[in-house]
Design a protein around this ligand. Sequence first.
Ligand code: HEC
Ligand code: HEC
Length: 490
Amino acid sequence: MTHTKGNAMSLWGKTSKVQGQFTKGTLVRSLLPVVLLLIVATAATAYFPRSGKAASTKPSTLVTPGSTAVDPGPRPLPANAGSFLGSLSANEKQIEPTITTEFNRVHDVIVTSPVDGGLGPRFSSNSCASCHAYPAVGGSSPASNPLFSVYTLNGAGNTMPSFITSSGPILNARFINQPGTTTPDGNVHPLFTVTGRSDASGCSIAQPDFVTAAAQNNLVLRQVPPTYGDGLIEVIRNIDIVNNMNANQTIKQQLGITGHPNHSGNDGSIQRFGWKAQVRSTLLMSGGEYNVQMGVTNETFPNEMDQTSGCVFNPVPETVTNFTPGILTELFPGDAERSEYFIQWLAPPTPAPSTASTRNGKTQFTNAGCVYCHTTSFKTPPTSRPALGNITINLYSDLLVHHMGPGLADGLAQGQAGPDEFRTAPLWGIGQRLFFNHDGRTSDIVQAIENHFSLGNGTYPASEANQSVTNFNAMSSKNQQDLVNFLRSL
Ligand code: HEC
Ligand code: HEC
C-alpha cells in the first residue's frame, strides 16, 4: 500500500512506486538489504532541500521497510481542543471574549483604532486564526487553504507561490542564505506584499523570488503547529527537562537517542516553541508572529521588517498598550499581549476514550522506543497564575531537539538546533491533525512515522529515531495498527 494521500501528493508529487510493495514479516527480513540499498539511493537523490531538485518538485519520501498499519484518518469533529483552561479565575475569565476577538481579528493596513490595522508591507496572512485554524481556533492548517482568500484581498497583486496549494498545508518560507549570496539568512520571507491593495496606494514592492530560491535549494518550508496547551509547556521547569533528558540513559543509548536543549541566548533557559524550539515564551512567540506573519509591529518587535519608503503607512509600533482613561480593562494591554493570553490559556487537547486497541498501542509506543523522545508527561511547577500550575500534562515531547537525518533535515540552523535537528513534536491533539512533519509533507500518520527513518550521508548523521522506526516495522500487524490507533486517539 502507499501511505501518501491526495493532499500530500498534490503538494509533493507522486511517491516512488517501490514504496509500499513490501509486506512485513519474513518477506521484509529477506528484502531488508535490498530495501536499505533503495533507501541509500533514494536518500542520495531525493532528500530535501540540499538535493539537486527544487523543493517544490519532490522532497524526500524515504522508501522504508514498510508497515501494514493504515491511518484511520483524523478523528471527525467536534474539535477535541480550543477551549480555555477551566481553572482560570473569574477575573481571568472576564477577558476571554476580548482575547478571542484579538486572535481572530483580520488586520488591514491602516491603523484606525487602538486595536486595528498594521498589516504589511509584507505578510503571509492577515489573522492569527486564519493559519491556526483546525480543528478549532488556535490549531493548525485546515483542509481548505485559507491563503487563497487572502492573497488578492483588497486588490493586492500577489501571485500564489507554487508550494501553496488549495488543499495543502499553510507554509512559511525561510531562506537559508540571503538570495544570490552565501551570507546566512534564516529569516521568514513572508509570501505576500500589500502592493496593489486599496489601503496601500503608492507601495510597490515585489514578492520574494521563491522559484529561484527553490531551484538553488535555498528554500525552507514550515507548516503551522497548534498552540493548544502552550501556556503549560511554557512553565515547565528547565531542570525537569534536563532530568528527563538524563533519565533512561541505558535504553536511550541502545536506541541511539541523544538530543539536547536549544538554550535561549538571552537568559540561557530552555526554549520550547517552534519546530526547532527556537522561541522561549508565549509572549515572544505572539509578538514575533504579529510581525513575521502579518507585518504588525508591536512592543516586543517594534521594527517593520521591510522599511521601503512608500510602504510604511503607520507610526511604529502599530499596536501598543492603550492608556486611554476609561478604556475597557479588556482592551489593556496591546494586541500582542492579548493574543499571548489567548495561546497561553488554551487547554490541551482532550484525547478520545481509550479502547483495548489504544491501550495496547500505548504499550507498543513504549516498546518501540517512541516514548524516549515523545516523553509522555511533565508536571508543571507552582505558578503565579494558578490555573497553569501543579498539573501533569501529557504532551508527548521531551522538548529537546534531535538529529533526524538527511530525510528531514532542512539545512537551516536556529540557535543550538542544527540544520538536521528538530524539536520532538508534541503529539497531543495529533488525532485530529491533517498534516504532519515540519513541512507538512504528508497527511498520513503512518508515513509520518516512516519519515523518521533516514540513514546518514556525507552531510548529516543518521536519524536518532532509526532504531525505534525499525522496531515499529518489525512489530506484528496488530501491534503496529494499535500503535497508530493510539496516536489517532490523542
Ligand atoms: C501565515 C500563517 C500564520 C499566521 C498568520 C500566524 N502563525 Fe503562528 N505559526 C505559523 C507557523 C508556520 C509556525 C511555525 C514557525 C516555525 O517554527 O518556524 C507558527 C508557530 C506559532 C506558535 C508556536 C507553537 C508551538 O507550540 O511551537 C505560536 C504560539 C503561534 N504561532 C502563535 C501565533 C499568533 C499569536 C499569531 C497571530 C499574531 C500567529 N501565530 C499567526 C504560522 C502562522
Ligand atoms: C529521536 C527522537 C524521536 C523518536 C525516537 C521518535 N520521534 Fe516522532 N518525532 C520526532 C521529531 C523531532 C519530530 C518532528 C519531525 C519533523 O520535524 O518533521 C517527530 C514527529 C512525529 C510525528 C509527527 C508530528 C507532527 O506534528 O507532524 C509523529 C506522528 C511521531 N513523531 C510519532 C512517532 C512514533 C510513533 C515513534 C516511534 C515509532 C516516534 N515518533 C519516534 C522525534 C522522535
